[in-house]
Write a protein of this length. Structure first.
Length: 192
């Protein structure tokens, strides 16, 4: 899987500036946006995002002319990170590879909810991101199924919907969320 390229990587590469200082500002803005959207939802203030990134609002608008452009860039970057995790865990034991990737997917869902509030789910970027995410995670799931580590009466789509549902609720703390995820994954585990 390490040699596989995902379509979302091209989107991310074409949007990210090449000059070091501009790339640094771009990355800082995305990190600040990720944090602000996770805390405040899709309506987080662009001025607050610029302040968190340590840049002026003009720098934000040079990089992201519209709020939608910021959402799309953030979403594409998150999906690209998920694809990279799939590459990194591909050589682990099947169940460990799958659950490591799913843990990252669960973390990604926090940002995804805020971003999707503002995006049309069938936009070209969303479709490309979804295709890339499935291309990255499906082989991990199918490998776990072939190894007898994951149920064979479910699909990868079923699994993602289950994890998305688990992450859609609030928890007392991360420990409780991790415990609920562990209980759910026990139900996914195949019989060896």
């Amino acid at each position: 899987m390490s040699a596989q390229s995902f379509p979302v990587s091209e989107i991310v590469a074409t949007r990210r500036p090449h000059r070091k200082d501009a790339a640094r500002n771009y990355d800082a803005l995305l990190a600040a946006a990720r944090e602000a959207f996770a805390e405040q939802g899709a309506e987080a203030s662009l001025e607050d995002i610029a302040r968190r990134a340590g840049v002026g609002i003009g720098t934000l608008y040079r990089n992201f002319p519209t709020r939608r452009h910021l959402f799309e860039s953030l979403y594409a970057g998150e999906v690209e990170a998920l694809c990279e995790v799939a590459r990194e865990v591909a050589d682990l034991e099947p169940w460990e590879a799958l659950t490591t990737w799913l843990d990252r997917f669960a973390g990604y869902m926090v940002t995804k909810r805020a971003v999707l509030e503002a995006l049309n789910n069938e936009s070209a970027i969303f479709v490309t991101c979804r295709e890339s995410m499935y291309a990255a995670g499906t082989p991990l799931f199918e490998r776990a199924q072939r190894a007898g580590e994951a149920r064979t009466d479910m699909t990868f789509s079923d699994l993602l919907r289950m994890v998305a549902g688990i992450t859609a609720t609030t928890y007392d703390d991360d420990t409780q969320r991790d415990r609920v995820m562990s209980i759910a994954l026990d139900g996914v585990r195949g019989t060896r």
